[in-house]
Write a protein of this length. Structure first.
Ligand SMILES: [Zn+2]
Ligand SMILES: [Zn+2]
Length: 346
């Protein structure tokens, strides 16, 4: 066991504070990672404040982890000391069910093990990236290509894969009209990735406040959802809409913007259920779908794609002591576009 410094929420809704946690000894197939940067994801706040239900405390959030391998177990074959690596939203899964076997560990039928707020196979709670070091089985560690700086790569481990996976699955590319709902941490990654895939990209945001940013990030068009004319003008336009908003949305209105056979994919996770009139999918043979992060193999594919296209997150680097203030700013949509903790400050 190794004692490491971390930032933790001692109880639900309590501010995060500096503490220490124990990391397990490096096992045969484990990698010890010196964490350099950890992104602040909206879901960290949902969980630290029990917005998604009962959680495990103390909680060390953080599932956008970038760092450097410091030690490897004797059975490790894929990594060496000094390698640049990342860890995303999961650190284990059953490895035997049909979803694990086809590389979609995020949908493990026996439940994937979350990077934090979960219980590992050893029966101990998992602690996330707001810490100095983490020990992870090599099968759940991803290589960060040399072309990507670790600070702007960290948010790709959740925000990047969460948007890459549905864009790839629903074939965003040349000739496709893709709308991204919301230009926050997830949305700004979705715009960059969809643009790099060759799609014609439209941002649907509450207001036109971030329009200049959106166009710079790669959007071709930008509309305000607060303006009813947007829905008249864009009716029946899109092949694919990816909604990244984690507040309840008017999904019926968004579905009206799809072409026949179009798909609206939700990747946000509102705390409350939403009501939907199902006539909005019947007319036009439309799909309303969801998508959650991506498998380990696909996460590697996403990082390689981002390195090839020079894509990183737009970040505001903060010290660990600023994390509580950062949470308030995320809730107020006052971040362009991801806070990343410099873990050297823990
Ligand atoms: Zn996340
Ligand atoms: Zn499984």
């Amino acid at each position: 066991m190794t004692t490491v410094a971390a930032y933790a929420a001692p109880a639900a809704k309590a501010p995060l504070e500096r503490t220490t946690i124990e990391r397990r000894a490096v096992g045969e197939y484990d990698v010890l990672i010196d964490i350099k940067f950890a992104g602040v994801c909206h879901s960290d706040i949902h969980q630290a404040r029990e917005g998604w239900g009962e959680a495990i405390f103390p909680m060390v959030p953080g599932h956008e982890i970038a760092g450097v391998v410091a030690e490897v177990g004797p059975g490790v074959t894929r990594f060496q000391v000094g390698d640049r690596v990342g860890v995303g939203c999961m650190v284990d899964s059953c490895r035997e069910c049909e979803n694990c076997l086809r590389g979609e560990e995020q949908y493990c039928l026996n439940g994937m093990v979350g990077t934090y707020n979960a219980v590992g196979k050893d029966g101990e709670p998992t602690y996330g990236g707001y810490s100095e070091k983490i020990v992870v089985d090599e099968n759940y560690v991803i290589r960060i290509p040399d072309g990507l700086s670790l600070d702007i790569a960290a948010p790709l481990l959740c925000a990047g894969i969460t948007t890459y996976s549905p864009l790839s699955h629903w074939n965003a590319g040349p000739g496709k009209k893709v709308a991204i709902v919301g230009l926050g941490g997830l949305g700004h990654m979705a715009v960059k990735i969809a643009h790099a895939m060759g799609a014609e990209v439209t941002v649907l945001s509450q207001s036109l406040r971030k329009k200049d940013d959106g166009l710079k990030l790669g959007a071709d068009h930008y509309y305000a959802t607060s303006d009813p004319k947007t829905f008249e003008e864009l009716a029946g336009t899109f092949d694919l809409i990816v909604s990244t908003v984690s507040a309840p949305m008017d999904f019926g209105a968004l579905l009206s913007l799809l072409k026949v056979d179009g798909a609206l994919v939700n990747v946000g996770a509102p705390e409350e259920p939403v009501a939907l009139n199902l006539f909005s999918v019947i007319g036009g043979r439309k799909s309303l779908a969801g998508s959650m992060i991506g498998g380990i193999r696909e996460t590697q594919e996403m990082l390689d794609f981002c390195a090839e296209h020079g894509i990183g997150a737009e970040i505001e680097l903060i010290s660990a002591a600023e994390v509580n203030e950062a949470y308030e700013r995320v809730l107020a949509s006052d971040v362009r576009y991801r806070f990343v903790i410099d873990t050297a400050t823990i």
